[in-house]
Structure formats: structure tokens, C-alpha cells
Design a protein around this ligand. Structure first.
Ligand code: CDT
Length: 314
């Protein structure tokens, strides 16, 4: 029996610093309704979808930092999104900044994504592992990227979830550039990998990098991750000029063959959809990337034992 699901990536145009959660959630609901009209049963929203990309600033007051974070999910502002999801029978992936309060009054800050099923229930959570950028502003960088200032490294690993008649996994933005991300999900049989991203069009750490390489690397990473793990990859961008910084769009739905099944054409709020055959990657999993038959883990030790590069002795 064919296993097919129409999925959507809901790209967002800029979110202003002073835009209310209520307004943002209205935008998300409009896109969810549009995706539903086109037959989608799963919608992927971007990283930190509820606010502007605040790690571009070195914020000084704790109160202002906290104003970009959610302490519970759903909360008053996001509850309508969960209700519409349930009403329409549409699952969704949502990125947001999370404060987790733990015993003893300590609070942890994460760059988080949740997966909500078609009944409006949270089916999975992921906290970003690969945090790019710095904790302190870099004087020579025209644009700052301070995720290390605001977030702790995620503590949930890369879990896959059996939900919505599939096996699904998540990662967030910079994670998409790392082959380890996809492989850990691939080893759990992930058929759909979802992610959101906020990516400045000009590389903030390398002024000399030609602009066109940004989009090339964006698609290259997701297409390679999809093919090498025989999974669908859905990437949703926050695009356009947000608070003076241009972010690339290029939201896309990638097939397990590595081919682009749908690609956004604007830098604003835009819904793209594709029908995903969840068995499309089966022949890849059973042949060239049959992990059980061909992986040689005895030769992969360096991947988990070493982080930086150690060249052989001279
Ligand atoms: N949000 C995020 O992870 N953005 C990064 C930009 C890195 S530039 C320091 C990305 O990998 O797209």
C-alpha cells in the first residue's frame, strides 16, 4: 500500500523586533490554512519562528533576552496554532527559543524545535546541537551571530519519532551542514527530516566568500543529507531583510534521491508543497546505502573520539 503524505515548508519573510507573538502566530496560521488547502498534512516552520533572529544583537538586559524566549509550549499566544492544527488535522514543526526551568531555580536556554501531531499534541522535541557563531561580538564582523551567548548545546541528541505514520526527525539550521546530524537520524530509520533556518545571505564570518556560495552550500548540504540517508528533507527559511540583515530564502523539499521536489521563489511568507512517497528511498536503503551491509564502524572511531583536526606526524 503506497505511503504518501503531502508536506509543506512555510517560509517566513522578516519578523520585526517589535512584532507581537500574536501577529506572528496569525501569519503562521494563514500559511497552515494555505498548506491545508493544497492537501498538506504536515507543515514545517522556520527556526526561531516566533521572533526576530535576536542573536544578531548583544543584548544587555536579562529581561530583554527573556522576552524572546518561551517558558511553556503551547502558551497563550501559540495555543491558536495548536487548535487550528487539530481542527485541520495538520501536523507541524515549529522552532522557538525555550527556557527550561529545573529544580533549584536554575534555568536552561535552548534553541528548540517541536513536532506537533495531527491531533495538536507534541510528539517530539529537539534542542539545537551545533550552535554557530560566538558568545561575544566580533569587532571585525559586519553582522554578529551570537548563538553561543544565548543558548546551551542541546541535551536531547538527535531523536527520531514514530508519529504521523512515519519516522521523523528534526535538526535546526547550522545542524543541516553536518553529515553527522543526518546519519544519526538515518540510523534510526528517519524517513522525513525537518529543519528551519535563519541564514544571513553574506557569510558573517568571511566577508570574502562570494555571495552565490550561500545558497549553493544551503542546498548542497540538504541534498547530500537526503540522498546519503534516503530521507525526505524539508527546510524552511526565514528570508528577506530582517532588521537590516538580508537572510537567504531557498526553502525547499528534497527527495531521498537528493533531487529538489519544491523550492521557494520569494523572500516573503510563502508556502511550498510536495507529495512525499515515504517509500521512495527504500531502494537506496536496500542497495547503495544499506547501512547494515556496508557500514564499517570499526573505521569510523575518529568521528566520535576527536573534534578538531589532528594531522599525521611530519
Ligand atoms: N541560525 C544559524 O544556525 N545560522 C547559521 C549561520 C552561520 S554564520 C555564523 C547557518 O549555518 O546557516
Amino acid at each position: 500500500m503506497p505511503r504518501k503524505i503531502v508536506v509543506a515548508a512555510a517560509q517566513m519573510g522578516p519578523v520585526a523586533r517589535d512584532e507581537s507573538r500574536w501577529h506572528v502566530v496569525d501569519r503562521l496560521i494563514s500559511m497552515m490554512r494555505e498548506a491545508h488547502r493544497r492537501g498538506a498534512r504536515l507543515v514545517v516552520f522556520p527556526e526561531l519562528a516566533l521572533t526576530t533572529f535576536f542573536p544578531r544583537w548583544a543584548l544587555q538586559s536579562e529581561e530583554e533576552v527573556d522576552s524572546f524566549f518561551e517558558t511553556e509550549m503551547p502558551n497563550n499566544a501559540t495555543a491558536p496554532l495548536f487548535e487550528v492544527a487539530k481542527e485541520l488535522g495538520v501536523g507541524f514543526h515549529l522552532g522557538y527559543a525555550e527556557i527550561e526551568a529545573v529544580a533549584g531555580g536554575k534555568r536552561h536556554h535552548y534553541n528548540t524545535a517541536i513536532l506537533v501531531d495531527q491531533k495538536g499534541k507534541i510528539a517530539g522535541k529537539y534542542r539545537k546541537v551545533h550552535l554557530p557563531g560566538y558568545a561575544e561580538p566580533q569587532p571585525h564582523h559586519p553582522v554578529q551571530h551570537l548563538e553561543k551567548r544565548y543558548f546551551e548545546v542541546g541535551n536531547l541528541g538527535f531523536p527520531a519519532f514514530r508519529t504521523m505514520d512515519s519516522i521523523m526527525g528534526m535538526c535546526i539550521c547550522n545542524d543541516r551542514r553536518w553529515p553527522e546530524t543526518y546519519r544519526v537520524l538515518g540510523l534510526q530509520g528517519a524517513e522525513i527530516i525537518m529543519l528551519g533556518y535563519n541564514t544571513p545571505s553574506a557569510n558573517p564570518s568571511s566577508a570574502s566568500e562570494p555571495l552565490h556560495l550561500g545558497m549553493f552550500h544551503n542546498l548542497l548540504s540538504m541534498q547530500a543529507g537526503a540522498y546519503q540517508n534516503a530521507a525526505w528533507v524539508i527546510g524552511a527559511a526565514k528570508a528577506g531583510i530582517e532588521e537590516g540583515v538580508h537572510h537567504m530564502g531557498g526553502s525547499c523539499i528534497i527527495a531521498p534521491t537528493g533531487e529538489i521536489a519544491a523550492l521557494a521563489t520569494t523572500e516573503g511568507d510563502e508556502v511550498i508543497t510536495a507529495e512525499c512517497d515515504l517509500d521512495k528511498g527504500t531502494y537506496i536503503r536496500e542497495t547503495i546505502f544499506n547501512f547494515a551491509a556496508h557500514r564499517r564502524i570499526e573505521h569510523y572511531k575518529l568521528i566520535t573520539e576527536q573534534t578538531g583536526v589532528v594531522p599525521p606526524p611530519e
